[in-house]
Design a protein around this ligand. Sequence first.
Ligand code: MN
Length: 243
Amino acid sequence: MKIGITADINLVPTEVINLRLANYFPKQLIDVLQKHDIVPLLLPVAPEEMAKELVKSVDGVIIPGGPDIAPYLYGEEPLENIGNTYYQRDLFEIALIKETLAQRKPLMGICRGIQIINVALGGTLYQDLASQYKSDKLIQHAQKSQGFLPTHHVNLQPGSFLYQALGKQSLVNSRHHEAVKKVGTGLHVTATAPDGVIEGIESDDGLIVAVQWHPENLWQHHADQEQLFVNFFAKAAAQKERK
Ligand code: MN
């Protein structure tokens, strides 16, 4: 089985010409696929017209982390505290998300992935939780601890895909300052942080699962987070069987 992973783009200025805007991929995500005999196919940022052929070549798609989403894509101007954006990746991934759904293949979003999936389906985002999320319960989501360490809890919706892998509650890492605000069409919330921030969404048709944390940096020491990947691979295998 083959799963496509969309590339992040190196936005750090560099003297090395081949590293400028280079496409790159999280090693620990590739590791979990290979551990379970899934062939990772890396999908570089490409013209939107190529999305169809790229999706045809895989049995499922994972969209990993990266920079903030260009706010014009959900009808807003950039606020003071938004981070780096790169709208070319946004446009490609939106085309890829629509194509993945059209071809009825499973789709998993990680961190930025949950955000771009939500925007692709007509939802909106908080550009910056600390300045926009009005609650005295707000916890730290841009964690200062190292990225592989879980820091806050999430509560999972009984009966959901996430609940099946993680149970009622899980401890996760948190490296984001954006978050889902208005939920996109055909999606529903299946994970929340103790302050109410949305941490997981799934589609009503069962093809999409997306999380705000980084399971690719947790699965090595946290069996529930590895189970999340295993269940996604099983979903892709079942969907392939059905075709
Ligand atoms: Mn969080």
